[in-house]
Ligand binder design. Structure first.
Ligand code: HEM
Ligand code: HEM
Length: 194
């Protein structure tokens, strides 16, 4: 089991960060879109608390992933892949990371500017990161929603690109990111893809 990524494969940590963050984003999107329409009451409050605590967890995962990325390598792209495609992949991943930071941080700013507390699963109370201010809360919420929908659109393109690699280009770009080892991922070795 390789913790670090190699020239040909993603390591266990990079895969774990990717899939945990992806799972978290899907859950947060569902909870966020559902909770805003709930009638006022204890159930709504509990959903908001869950959304915020899970959102902070995803923020921590993304920060850890970015830190680990400094010490980890990025597997090489298939030799025949055009340079422009590699450029688009790098640019879209950079934008994904930017949005993965912007969405939870704007949520945290909104929460702080509205004067709401931020308990993390009842274990610690996280501090406010902005002063209480109505205009700031309004701005932060607009950023939270806009950044979220931009992220959702980019994730759709991201998934389409992964499927395109797997089905049309028939390379190992998707296979080597999957949590389990597929036959296609097995077929490439570090020696074959130096
Ligand atoms: C990556 C993490 C996150 C995602 C994907 C996400 C996504 C969403 C979505 C889709 C909504 C519904 C927007 C709407 O239709 O109005 C929402 C609302 C909200 N989010 Fe997040 N969120 C994240 C993190 C956070 C964090 C960390 C906080 C606070 C600490 C937070 C606080 C809120 C609040 C308070 C609302 C409700 C706003 C309202 O009542 O109109 N979110 N979020
Ligand atoms: C909310 C959902 C998702 C987010 C936010 C996300 C984000 C990212 C990011 C930021 C990277 C770049 C990793 C790095 O270089 O450090 C990445 C890589 C990757 N993702 Fe996702 N992802 C999501 C869902 C998915 C899904 C559902 C699939 C598959 C169908 C997928 C397939 C891949 C693949 C194959 C790579 C590696 C690309 C490469 O080799 O450069 N992702 N993802």
């Amino acid at each position: 089991m390789n913790w670090r990524s190699t020239h040909a494969h993603w390591g266990v940590l990079a895969k774990a960060f990717h899939w945990l963050a992806a799972l978290g984003i899907f859950a947060l999107a569902a909870i966020g879109l559902y909770m805003v329409g709930m009638p006022l009451g204890l159930a709504k409050l509990k959903m908001y608390l869950l959304h915020k605590a899970l959102g902070i967890t995803v923020l921590a995962l993304v920060l850890l992933r970015l830190l680990w990325r400094l010490f980890d390598r990025h597997p090489r792209y298939p030799p025949g892949m055009p340079r422009w495609q590699v450029g688009v992949a790098h640019a879209s991943h950079a934008l994904l990371y930017l949005l993965l930071l912007a969405v939870p941080i704007s949520g945290w700013v909104y929460n702080s500017a509205s004067g709401f507390p931020l308990p993390w699963f009842g274990l610690v109370d996280l501090p406010a990161i902005a002063p209480v201010s109505k205009p700031l809360a309004h701005l932060a919420l607009t950023v939270h929603e806009t950044a979220f929908w931009t992220l959702a659109a980019l994730v759709l393109l991201h998934v389409a690109a992964a499927i395109e690699h797997h089905v049309r280009q028939r390379d190992a770009v998707l296979a080597r990111m999957l949590p389990w080892r597929t036959r296609r991922a097995h077929a490439i070795s570090d020696g074959e893809n130096p």
